[in-house]
Design a protein around this ligand. Structure first.
Ligand SMILES: *Cc1c(COP(=O)(O)O)cnc(C)c1O
Length: 335
């Protein structure tokens, strides 16, 4: 199968599988797993934070951040397109009694400062208490521009709000912008990073922030059933994702560029060049028929999500040859 649906489909590398088989482990609920401990310590250092927590997923890490910063009846400001608003089943509301206050995402993925400021509630008996702002980076594959961070951070500081960054694909942003990842993370209070997307670990995301914050998040994770035992088996794969995989992400970005060039040969598809910055490419089907295209490709062992626009994601387990096969099959579909 050639799979362009997401970078979550990446298989663990041979090196990861070997490390996982041989990992020293212990009961992580007691803080006894040396492989988890090492991952958390080295991640905090590498990513520029005081402490880190290894979590099952990005969804869990985001939920822990929300529930650590906000209590019952509080609210957070986020983008209308934010994963932690749109794609997490309203978990913050369901499990944390926390209200989302979404604002429009600008075309560059940011939340306009004026919109954020207007959404902050005054201290008034009618309103929920605004506690935090969440910004996603990358969002739809677009990195947030570096000059945005001091501005949003200043605004949050002025209003005593926590600033959280959903950095599921944060390394893609750092690679694209050619900056040290710590030059991004130093502007936010807390952030997440997915190890199981382009970084190819089988399972796991990191939540990062102050020691105090991570202590709170660890308590909540246990309450949510996320206390895990010999999790070092997973942390061993995640460690390689963190140490080795960021340096190859530029290959995914280059492959997405190649995919764009090839897809532009198909006149029935319109590639969204503005949003193509990293490893995610959107293409609008001029004739509709995205679902039919999905079914046609599936018969040829090629997987896409036939939404409109179609999203193609490049990753470790696809290459130029996969792109050529994809484009040939799409041309066959439209012939
Ligand atoms: C994938 C993703 C998540 C959630 O990660 P899971 O591990 O799939 O739960 C959160 N935020 C963003 C921006 C994502 O892309």
């Amino acid at each position: 199968m050639i799979d362009f649906r997401s970078d979550t489909v990446t298989q663990p590398t041979e090196q990861m599988r070997r490390a996982m088989a041989n990992a020293p482990v212990g009961d992580d609920v007691y803080g006894d797993d040396p492989t988890v401990e090492f991952l958390q310590t080295s991640a905090a250092e590498k990513l520029g934070s005081e402490a880190a927590l290894f979590c099952t997923s990005g969804t869990q890490a985001n939920l822990l951040a929300l529930m650590s910063h906000c209590g019952r009846g509080d609210e957070y400001i986020c983008g209308l397109k934010a994963h932690n608003f749109k794609y997490e089943q309203g978990g913050a509301a369901v499990l944390g009694s926390i209200q989302p206050q979404p604002v429009v995402n600008q075309s560059d993925g940011t939340l306009a400062l004026a919109d954020v400021e207007a959404a902050i509630k005054p201290d008034d008996i009618h309103f929920a208490r605004t506690r935090m702002v969440s910004v996603e980076n990358t969002i739809g594959g677009q990195p947030i521009a570096m000059d945005y961070w001091p501005q949003i951070s200043q605004l949050c500081h002025t209003h005593q709000l926590k600033l959280h960054m959903d950095g599921a694909r944060l390394y893609n942003a750092a690679v694209k912008l050619n900056v040290d990842i710590r030059d991004i993370t130093r502007h936010v209070d807390t952030f997440t990073l997915c190890l199981s997307k382009g970084l190819a670990a089988p399972v796991g995301s990191l939540l990062l922030g102050s020691k105090e914050f991570i202590k709170t998040a660890t308590r909540i994770r246990k309450m949510l059933g996320g206390g895990w035992r010999q999790a070092g088996i997973l942390a061993a794969g995640a460690q390689i994702a963190l140490d080795e995989m960021p340096k190859r992400l530029h290959e995914d970005h280059e492959l997405a560029e190649y995919l764009a060039l090839r897809l532009e040969e198909v006149e029935q598809l319109e590639v969204d060049r503005e949003r193509l910055q990293t490893n995610i490419l959107y293409a609008h089907c001029r004739l509709g028929k995205a679902r039919e295209l999905e079914a046609f490709l599936k018969q040829r062992d090629i997987l896409i999500f036939g939404a409109q626009p179609i999203r193609f994601v490049t990753h470790l387990d696809v290459n130029r040859n996969s792109v050529d096969q994809l484009v040939a099959a799409i041309k066959e579909f439209y012939r």
